[in-house]
Design a protein around this ligand. Structure first.
Ligand code: SAM
Ligand code: SF4
Length: 340
């Protein structure tokens, strides 16, 4: 497959606020083998109809057009991306796409459960970077938080990623009051001992149950205060468009990140755009509208039509998510269906 985008449409994806978009998050599926309380209800959510999920050819076409518009990194997510049966093929085909600065960089966010079987094949297929979610090291907490008794499988998955040679591997932990806020230093010690970069994330209002509460949220400042009880943290400069503020731990080389999306939003430097598993383009996690890329593709849209839709979607991006402002409305789709 090789897409044909006219010269006039090839420029970068720039919004009205001058932000240039280089990072495309693609959700490969909305289904998951965990039920994290901050993401899904116990019974799951009504799954997308199978026929509405983008095929691999459609995903590759979307990524090729995005690459022609300046996207340099594709992050595969979900739902749980490793539950897509042809995930290795998707990675290989994405990694073969030529972007403006060479081959597309292909990364993934995963809960690690299927990494013991897939890590080596994903590395060989061209996956460069892995973010793995790990919120607790305690079996009982993991069980109640994810509603599945699978901490050991997650830890095995992390070991498999290390053994396969992925570097860097980042760990993501959502901090939750009364759940894992007593083990933030244990999580950092676990990461430091393995040479992994841990990033703590403020919980965002993206749960399917709509029970997020601002006062209940553990703030980035509280996270740093807790870590400072045991570690010496030195802030690192040069955050750029990255969501995490990074700190050197005990003089380095280990680092820890804090993603304070709510209390210290980084919308001004955002370079991300998202494609849901059913082919809807979203210019923000918290967008209230979507652009129907799947409908256009399946209705016979040309590559130029699709490129134009991407530009129009980005131009309409709002300056910020406004979570901390009165009148904020949570998106209708939960995180698992948007693609985190
Ligand atoms: N299933 C994969 C996983 O858990 O890594 C990929 C999808 S998951 C939606 C992507 C990331 O979003 C995970 O790191 C998860 O912790 C994070 N996430 C989900 N819901 C969240 C919320 N309400 N607030 C903050 N982060 C959230
Ligand atoms: Fe699944 Fe990831 Fe959502 Fe947890 S955060 S339920 S692992 S999609």
């Amino acid at each position: 497959m090789s897409v044909q985008v006219s010269e006039g449409l090839r420029g970068p994806l720039v919004d009205r606020h001058g932000r240039v978009h280089r990072d495309l998050r693609i959700s490969l599926t909305d289904v998951c083998n965990l039920r994290c309380t901050y993401c899904m209800p116990a019974e799951g959510v009504p799954w997308l109809a199978r026929e509405n999920i983008l095929t691999t050819d459609e995903l590759v076409r979307a990524a090729e057009i995005a690459a022609a518009l300046g996207i340099v990194e594709v992050r595969l997510t979900g739902g749980e991306p490793l539950l897509r049966p042809d995930v290795v093929d998707v990675v290989a085909r994405m990694a073969a796409i030529e972007g403006e600065q060479g081959p597309l960089e292909v990364s993934m966010t995963t809960n690690a459960l299927r990494l013991p079987t897939l890590a080596g094949r994903l590395k060989d297929a061209g996956l460069t970077r892995l973010n793995i979610s790990l919120d607790t090291l305690q079996r009982e907490v993991f069980h109640s938080l994810t509603r599945r008794d699978r901490l050991d499988d997650t830890l095995e998955g992390i070991d498999a990623a290390i053994a396969a040679g992925f570097a860097p591997i980042k760990l993501n932990a959502v901090a939750m009051r009364g759940v894992n806020d007593g083990e933030l230093t244990d999580l950092l010690r676990y990461a430091v001992e393995r040479g992994l970069e841990l990033r703590f994330i403020e919980q965002m209002p993206l749960d399917a149950g709509h029970v997020w509460s601002r006062p209940e949220m553990v703030t980035g400042e509280e996270i740093l205060d807790a870590l400072a009880q045991e570690f010496m943290l030195t802030e690192l400069p040069g955050r750029g468009a990255a969501p995490a503020e990074r700190f050197q731990v005990d003089g380095g080389p280990s680092t820890v990140g804090v993603i304070a999306s709510v209390t210290r939003p980084f919308c001004g430097a955002c370079d991300r755009v998202r494609l849901t598993a059913d082919g809807q383009l979203r210019n923000c996690l918290f967008a209230r509208t979507e652009s129907d890329l799947a409908g256009l593709m399946r209705g016979g849209g040309t590559d130029d039509d699709l490129a134009q839709l991407m530009h129009t979607c980005i131009v309409g991006k709002l300056p910020g998510h406004g979570i901390d402002e009165p009148g904020f409305l949570q998106p209708d789709r939960p995180m698992s269906a948007i693609g985190g």
